[in-house]
Design a protein around this ligand. Structure first.
Ligand SMILES: Nc1ncnc2c1ncn2[C@@H]1O[C@H](COP(=O)(O)OP(=O)(O)OP(=O)(O)O)[C@@H](O)[C@H]1O
Ligand SMILES: [Mg+2]
Length: 357
């Protein structure tokens, strides 16, 4: 168990590609910290620098109270689990899990004890004598986790470890990883490009874009108040509605006349982009006089069982609205879309940063 500190981490590859740019992260002892971002944003490179598989160009990495820059991976006392969890095909499950301990020259009694404990926690006891080829994808992934666990590392680094599993199994394994992390109480840095996974797993989420940090926060903080337009677009499905609006008398007014509660810190005449989650809009039958809503035509309707998603074409843009399944509107129907509740975050169109309160 240890805190992991990344200070002004910078990584440029020999061909000039800058993969990580002055990244600062403080990952708490025992925290499940998720790094989220699109392909190529520098997630794997950051993990590899922490693990010592890649040499940083500049910056400092600390694990516990030790500066690890310059230390070999084996000296850093951390375990990494990859997307392709290369198990040794000719070794049994037991021998796969025992491998890192034997490589480290641990006595066989300790090897047996730790493997048995990991197998029990991961419910792998029935499979100990099998070869990996005769396991399901989820079981193989559990073996890979077990192999990382037996070393009792200071921290786990997980690089999209569930990507190769089908959707249902991935949800199960996600819950298992979280449960395991809580029981072991070991610091974990978990990389994914799947925002649902990030929301479900993370104590905190760091959103990366082109090697730079966009935002760090608890999942609900990041969801409720994305710090940048990039973060706003990246988190949530259907996505946040981003609507051009102008500050009028105590409101944000969008094209078509829709009124949205205005956040503090803005002045009359300011032009902003309001970020409204689909559940903050409602669809209703258009009333004769309703100065607060915007009219539009339903262009798509997805009944998902527990909710229905409407896409409504309005003067203020294509709006995504999340409604309970009891709402019964049809495609092509003309409806009114109205904003409900507290002021949403608003973004400066130039800087793309949230306007501070
Ligand atoms: N050895 C290398 N030499 C040059 N450029 C590299 C090298 N490894 C990675 N890169 C580049 O660095 C950037 C970051 O790559 P990285 O693998 O860290 O992204 P990632 O966020 O893990 O993406 P993904 O979600 O696709 O795994 C990319 O532009 C990539 O092309
Ligand atoms: Mg990667």
């Amino acid at each position: 168990m240890a805190e992991v500190l990344v200070k002004r981490l910078h990584k440029a590859f020999p061909d000039g590609t800058v993969a990580v740019e002055r990244l600062d992260l403080t990952i708490g002892d025992g925290e499940l910290f998720v790094m989220l971002g699109p392909s190529g944003c520098g997630k794997t490179t950051t993990l590899r620098c922490i693990a010592g598989l890649e040499q940083e160009t500049s910056g400092e990495i600390r694990i516990g109270d030790q500066v690890v820059s310059g230390l070999r991976p084996s000296q850093r006392d951390i375990a990494m689990v990859f997307q392709f969890y290369a198990l040794y095909p000719h070794l049994s499950v037991r021998d796969n899990m025992a491998f890192p301990l034997r490589a480290a020259g641990r006595p066989e009694s300790e090897v047996n004890e730790r493997v048995a404990e990991a197998a029990r926690m991961l419910q792998l006891e029935p499979f100990l004598t099998r070869r990996p080829a005769r396991l399901s994808g989820g079981e193989q992934q559990r073996v890979a986790l077990g192999r990382a666990m037996v070393r009792q590392p200071k921290a786990f680094l997980m690089d999209e470890p569930l990507t190769n599993l089908d959707a249902e199994l991935r949800a199960d394994m996600r819950a298992e990883v979280k449960h395991l992390q809580q029981r072991l109480n070991t610091t974990m840095v978990y990389v994914t490009h799947d925002q649902t996974e990030a929301m479900a797993l993370g104590d905190r989420i760091a959103i990366l874009n082109k090697g730079k940090l966009e935002q760090i926060g608890a999942p609900m903080e990041v969801y409720e108040r994305p710090a940048t337009l990039f973060a706003a677009r990246f988190i949530g499905s259907p996505p946040m509605n981003l609507i051009e609006a102008e500050v009028t008398n105590g409101h944000l007014t969008a094209a078509g006349g829709m009124k949205i509660a205005a956040p503090d810190g803005l002045e009359r005449g300011d032009r902003v982009i309001a970020g409204v989650r689909p559940e903050r809009f409602t669809v209703s039958s258009p009333a004769a006089a309703d100065p607060e809503s915007v009219r539009g035509r339903i262009v798509s309707r997805e009944a998902l069982g527990d909710e229905t998603i409407y896409v409504v074409h309005t003067e203020a843009g294509l709006l995504h609205v999340r409604m309970p399944p009891t709402a019964r509107f049809e495609e092509e129907q003309i409806v009114a879309v109205r904003h409900q509740g507290a002021a949403p975050p608003a973004y400066d169109p130039q800087t793309e940063q949230v306007v501070s309160r």
